[in-house]
Design a protein around this ligand. Structure first.
Ligand code: ATP
Ligand code: MG
Length: 412
């Protein structure tokens, strides 16, 4: 085997080396890095978290780690995972496993000492690559390295069988294609996903939403998204995200931007209107923050058009906030079919540069001007604010106080 990742910074990091050395001392040749960190390093991509697979039992891992002074947390002890923290860096150490039984949602596992068995229960060949402390690669399926080189996502073994073990793998198939595929989707995998799409109904809201976000966070998920739409997987798992035209327009115009849209803007673009955002939020249990962002992105009173003046733009940003303004502009641009790129781009750029100021006036100051404590204070504040917005946010305390006096007299 000549492929290796000996120069990967995360692998050479003293923390990773110290942990592997401790595990290896307890069982030579018994622990390897696995999954995303190995795959992404081979593909020249950034890595997310670092997973380690080991022949040691979770108790042994805990024991070894604690003896050398590393904190060990039983973060997933029922499926064999201990998170070891070395100098503030977390490593997920999981004992090699094989499936004993599966029900399409969760598996009952048994520990094993066999790398082959551990590899067999993973989803894709490119996800079953292991690296030892020196960076040498182990490829138990014999095809993971080829897949990584070719940029293709292929199930380990029979795609139908693998999906029936865990239907989330349908969504993972599209997610990994969105991120790592260089050519068309694997036809056998695609067929299996189409045949078994009904199994998605049994998945928990949290797992679907997490996968959907990761999929739509890929730099260019268009091919994977189209493939999902073509076989009813999208309609089944994410029925609310049906506005294909606007999402597609958004992803096409993003190519033009230095800062592409994030997953949430894309989700918003795929929704029809605010009510569908609320429906999605309820069904997939989005956080309030996520739901509010989608609802805001999908509209409100402020009208967003490509020919807005800078003053109108500032007013809109003040009312909406920078994030919602940007989302609204992106969606309006996409909705307009990507036309007037120059004007929309300028709007986005200005929108990023301008931070809305705070009204330079407090309730105390309003009362000092003779307004009695109570609802009148808010009334005056709002009226001065309306004048201030209309005057394009003057950074001029004196004229604000002038205005306050006039308003306070009028009201009193
Ligand atoms: P990333 O963390 O960059 O999203 P990853 O490949 O590390 O990608 P994880 O979800 O962190 O993905 O899972 C780690 C590894 O565990 C995977 O590479 C895969 O081998 C295995 N795995 C995770 N979830 C499943 C699943 N549902 N079915 C089969 N194997 C899985
Ligand atoms: Mg990972």
């Amino acid at each position: 085997m000549n492929a290796g990742i000996p120069h990967a910074p995360w692998l050479k990091a003293p923390e990773a080396q110290a942990l592997l050395a401790a595990l290896e001392a307890a069982r030579p040749g018994g622990s390897r890095f696995v999954g995303g960190c190995v795959r992404n390093t081979l593909m020249g991509r950034e890595i997310d978290d670092i997973d380690i697979a080991t022949q040691l039992t979770p108790e042994q891992v805990t024991d070894v780690a604690t003896k050398v002074g590393f904190a060990a947390h039983p973060t997933g002890i029922e499926h064999g995972t201990v998170t070891v923290v070395v100098n503030h860096k977390p490593y997920e150490v999981t004992t090699l496993r094989r499936d004993v039984s599966t029900d399409g949602r969760r598996a009952t596992v048994a520990f094993t000492e066999s790398w082959e068995e551990d590899a067999q229960r993973r989803d894709f060949r490119m996800n079953a690559l292991y690296a030892d402390a020196s960076g040498a690669i182990h490829d138990p399926t014999g095809a993971g390295l080829d897949d990584v080189r070719a940029g293709r996502v292929i199930f380990i073994g029979d795609a139908h069988e693998r999906i029936k073990e865990d239907y989330l793998r349908i969504l993972r198939f599209f997610r990994f294609n969105a991120w790592y595929a260089r050519g068309p989707l694997d036809p056998q995998g695609l067929h299996a996903c189409a045949d078994l799409a009904a199994g998605l109904d049994a998945l928990s809201a949290e797992r679907i939403w997490k996968e959907a976000k990761k999929l739509l966070a890929a730099p260019d998920p268009r091919a994977a998204w189209e493939a999902m739409n073509a076989i009813e997987v999208r309609a089944r798992a994410l029925p609310e995200l049906a506005n294909h035209t606007r999402l597609d327009a958004l992803m096409r115009l993003e190519a033009d931007l230095l800062m592409p849209a994030d997953a949430m803007t894309r989700v918003a673009a795929a929704l029809a209107e605010q009510e569908s955002a609320r429906a999605l939020g309820r069904r997939l249990k989005l956080s309030n923050e996520e739901r509010d962002r989608l609802v805001a992105a999908l509209g409100g009173d402020e009208k967003i058009v490509s020919y807005m003046s800078l003053k109108e733009m500032r007013r809109a940003i003040y009312r909406l906030g920078n994030q919602a303004f940007r989302d609204r502009v992106m969606l309006a641009w996409a909705g307009a079919g990507g036309e007037k790129a120059q004007a929309w781009r300028a709007l986005i750029a200005h929108g990023q540069m301008w931070t809305p100021p705070k009204l330079p006036l407090s309730g105390d100051e309003v009362m000092a001007a003779g307004v009695p404590a109570g609802p009148k204070v808010g009334e005056v504040l709002r009226e001065v604010e309306a004048w201030w917005i209309d005057a394009d946010f003057p950074d001029d305390k004196l004229s604000v106080i002038e205005r306050l006096k006039a308003v306070a007299q009028g009201i009193g």
